[in-house]
Design a protein around this ligand. Structure first.
Ligand SMILES: [Zn+2]
Ligand SMILES: [Zn+2]
Length: 338
């Protein structure tokens, strides 16, 4: 039997004892050691996630320890790994094109199936990446940073680019960090001046746009030219629509956040600028490995991103508290077994 933190219905989290996952010949049994808590998890808890089926064990930002792995998989018991939580089918059009991150039949651990807020978890070995020197904390931060790294790759950010990141939560911070590592100049826009101040320090952002009239500030900052690449990480449909105005002629607009409603834009502006509009979803193994390499060089201050800590038992009370009040919160981490 294992402990599992179950979200039985929106607004209800409870620690339950339940049977350990079954061991199958082609899956690895792992013990979650750190579980990052993400915006998606708060949405699942609050019942704001579209199409989610309850009960659900959340947890997709995972550092795990191998308990038992299939023979020939190369993993040894006790080894710490990062989990790529995007389980893909391997045969759909996206998988065939090397894009398992947008697999037509994707199943995300902790979202579409039970995830890592539990004593044990079963994972395909192909979704495990050895830590190779990264700490458990660092491993658990890789997934949300990989979403930012993937978006930066989608946006084709190059050295000479002027980049704007709108919405500077954990995902926006990841985008900013990896855009900076690509050599671009990065500006950030957010309504919360405190978040901007922290982001400026952590992600080495050179301009912040905080006023009520971002467009005027952006025009002033770019001589009216707009940005080469704009990333939206707001989760706010009005902000996503306004972002079209921040993109310069020939520029790219990358939508990282997703909302459950239509967005509109003015086609003459879109065409006049010959704008490129890109969606960015999840991340691939390449992005995970890119993030892990960047952490190893010391370029990503993971310890500064982890602001809150809890345990599996205390998370039942802490997650509702943090869902309601995120003051000073960047990333909260559940620690399991030291
Ligand atoms: Zn997440
Ligand atoms: Zn697929």
């Amino acid at each position: 039997m294992i402990d599992a933190l179950v979200c039985s219905e929106p607004g209800r989290l409870e620690l339950v004892r339940r049977p350990a996952p079954e061991i199958t010949p082609d899956s690895a049994l792992v013990r979650p050691r750190r579980v990052g808590i993400c915006g998606t998890d708060y949405h699942i808890y609050e019942g704001k996630h579209p199409f989610l089926q309850y009960p659900r064990v959340m947890g997709h930002e995972l550092a795990v320890e191998i308990v038992q792995a299939p023979e020939g998989s190369g993993f040894a018991p006790g080894e710490i790994c990062v989990v790529n939580p995007y389980l893909s089918c391997g045969h759909c059009v996206a998988c065939r094109a090397g894009k398992p991150n947008c697999c037509a039949n994707i199943s995300v651990l902790g979202v579409h199936q039970d995830g890592g807020m539990a004593g044990l978890l079963s994972v395909p070995p192909g979704n495990l990446i050895p830590a190779e020197g990264l700490s458990a904390d660092q491993c658990a931060a890789v997934e949300f940073l990989a979403i930012g790294a993937h978006a930066v790759r989608r946006g084709g950010v190059a050295k000479r680019d002027r980049v704007l990141v709108v919405g500077i939560g954990p995902i926006g911070l990841g985008v900013s960090l990896f855009a900076r590592l690509s050599g671009a100049k990065v500006a950030a826009c957010d309504r919360d001046p405190e978040r901007l101040a922290v982001a400026r320090e952590i992600a080495d952002i050179d301009t912040i746009v905080a006023g009520d009239d971002p467009l005027a500030e952006i025009d002033a900052h770019t001589n009216g030219e707009g940005f080469d690449v704009v990333f939206d990480a707001t989760g706010n449909p009005q902000a996503m629509e306004r972002g079209f105005d921040y993109v310069g002629h020939g520029g790219r607009y990358v939508l990282v956040s997703v909302v459950n409603e239509p967005l509109t834009f003015l086609d003459p502006d879109f065409h006049r600028k010959e704008m490129t509009l890109l969606g960015s979803r999840n991340a691939t193994m390449e992005d995970f490995e890119h993030v892990m390499a960047a952490i190893r060089t010391g370029a990503v201050p993971v310890e500064r991103l982890i602001t809150h800590r809890t345990t599996l038992a205390d998370a039942a009370a802490d997650i509702p508290r943090w869902a309601a009040d995120k003051t000073g919160l960047i990333k909260a981490m559940i620690e399991i077994g030291g």
